[in-house]
Design a protein around this ligand. Structure first.
Ligand SMILES: Cc1cc2nc3c(=O)[nH]c(=O)nc-3n(C[C@H](O)[C@H](O)[C@H](O)COP(=O)(O)OP(=O)(O)OC[C@H]3O[C@@H](n4cnc5c(N)ncnc54)[C@H](O)[C@@H]3O)c2cc1C
Length: 425
């Protein structure tokens, strides 16, 4: 026998209750839940009121999958997923990282150069990943060049795979659970289905990179601008400057971005470029690798090469209810350089604080407001600089480089570099 007025009022109440408590959806019918509860507790339906029944359901529903219920589920086990997970786990939140691959990380599909101060701000122990230090740059235009040397070593060239592994293992040692080979295939409000089964969660963090399935599943606004890159790590070459990066500005050959040579050691460098339109990649590759500065690289041995895109504008929104996006999934990169590790990590820290406030202290989940108020201005400054750079004609860059090749300008540029600007990737 069941109490009168069971449907639809009870169902609505149960659903509201579950939603308020972030306990997931009512998957089966209330009858089913109540049947199983009756079985468990041997209750007599006729003696319990609707509201006590709701309470019982509230307690009993998650019982089935108590071990599979988390405060936070992070989709993506790479650099930013690792920082997000560490920030949540160290605040005592029950955290799981779901990574589709059998190993964490981006498999070195990244130039991996950051300012030392920036890398330190990520919180990831990076010393074992460091490969080389640089303290200046040679800027090339079509016909001119300019060398700026800074007093101190400013940027670190590192092994991205080691960095990603350290990022995720820091999260695990802070208490997060890592599930490898767990591709998230179905997304609900408080429920994720993976190739390994389903889990319940109060908050979902999409740290699943530039092609984020989390963003697509919850219909976040699309990222409006990307740059398309090619990079090769080439060895057995004479690297011209072991302690300087080389940067190539050429709006005709490399529209919307730039080219680079980043030294790993005397014999190895990462050589790459980006353009604002994927259809321009092949032509840009020919033009770029035909430059005289790259002639020696043609006879070197390619250790790895890849094509990849970088989002250079954040999504219009990065939070929908209890679902948030961080790192490349959110488009949190600098439009000028495409660097996303430092900026993504800083936003992941904001995510950790905001989620902890929401779960432990029942505060508002204010991630979007937090990161935009801290870093929104910096991001838009980078966007404006990028827009400006895109409009500058190649002959103007030639003139600017040659005009600055005097002691006063070089002194100023060195000081500018001292402000950690040049290498804030
Ligand atoms: C050519 C190039 C050079 C760059 N150079 C630099 C640089 O020098 N310095 C710098 O700071 N930045 C650089 N960047 C940018 C930097 O690589 C990114 O900002 C950074 O990788 C973002 O990390 P992430 O953790 O957000 O995403 P990713 O590193 O892309 O990680 C996403 C993770 O999510 C996993 N995943 C995806 N979908 C699912 C799913 N459905 N279920 C489970 N797991 C999933 C993936 O397997 C992956 O492990 C460069 C980028 C490019 C393309």
């Amino acid at each position: 026998m069941r109490p009168s007025g069971f449907e639809p009022e009870l169902r609505a109440n149960v659903e509201t209750f579950l939603e308020r408590k972030s306990l997931g959806r009512l998957e089966s019918s209330p009858e089913h839940c109540i049947c199983s509860i009756q079985h468990l507790t041997r209750l007599d339906y006729s003696r319990i009121t609707h509201y006590s029944m709701i309470l019982i359901i509230n307690v009993a529903c998650p019982y089935d999958y108590m071990n599979e219920f988390f405060d936070v589920a992070i989709v993506g086990g790479s650099a930013i997923g690792g920082v997000s997970a560490a920030e949540c786990a160290k605040r005592g939140l029950k955290t799981v990282v779901l990574e589709e691959d059998s190993v964490v990380g981006k498999f070195r599909r990244c130039t991996s150069i950051c300012s030392e101060s920036g890398l330190r701000s990520t919180g990831v122990p990076f010393s074992e990943a460091a490969l080389n230090y640089v303290h200046g740059a040679v800027f090339h235009s079509r016909n001119e060049d300019l060398t700026v040397k800074l007093k101190e070593k400013k940027a670190i060239v590192f092994d991205r795979q080691i960095f990603d592994e350290r990022s995720v293992s820091r999260a695990v040692s802070s208490g997060a659970e890592l599930r490898l080979g767990s591709r998230v295939t179905s997304f609900r409000r408080n429920n994720l289905s993976t190739s390994e089964g389903s889990i319940g969660t109060k908050v979902i963090v999409g740290a699943d990179g530039v092609t984020s399935s989390t963003a697509a599943a919850y219909q976040f606004p699309v990222i409006k601008k990307f740059v398309y890159c090619y990079e090769a790590e080439i060895t057995n070459v004479d690297v011209a400057h072991k302690d300087l990066v080389e940067v190539f500005f050429d709006n005709r050959a490399l529209p919307g971005f730039f080219g680079w040579i980043v030294p790993v050691d005397e014999r190895t460098a990462r050589v790459g470029f980006g353009v604002n339109d994927a259809s321009k990649l092949i032509r840009a590759k020919n033009d770029f690798f035909n430059r005289k500065e790259l002639s020696s690289y043609k006879s070197g041995d390619t250790l790895r090469d890849f094509h990849a895109s970088i989002p250079v504008r954040p999504r219009a929104s990065t939070q929908k209810g209890n679902v948030i996006l961080v790192g490349d999934a959110a488009g949190q990169t600098k439009s000028t350089t495409g660097g996303g590790l430092v900026f993504g990590s800083l936003c992941a820290k904001e995510a950790g604080e905001s989620i902890a406030g929401y779960i432990s202290d029942e505060k508002e989940l204010d991630y979007e407001r937090r990161w935009r108020s801290k870093y929104g201005l910096t991001l838009s400054l980078h966007r404006n600089l990028r827009r400006l750079a895109d409009r500058i004609d190649s002959s103007f860059i030639d003139a600017a480089l040659s005009l600055n090749r005097n002691p006063i300008s070089l002194g100023l540029l060195s000081r500018f570099g001292d402000m950690d600007f040049l290498f804030r990737f």
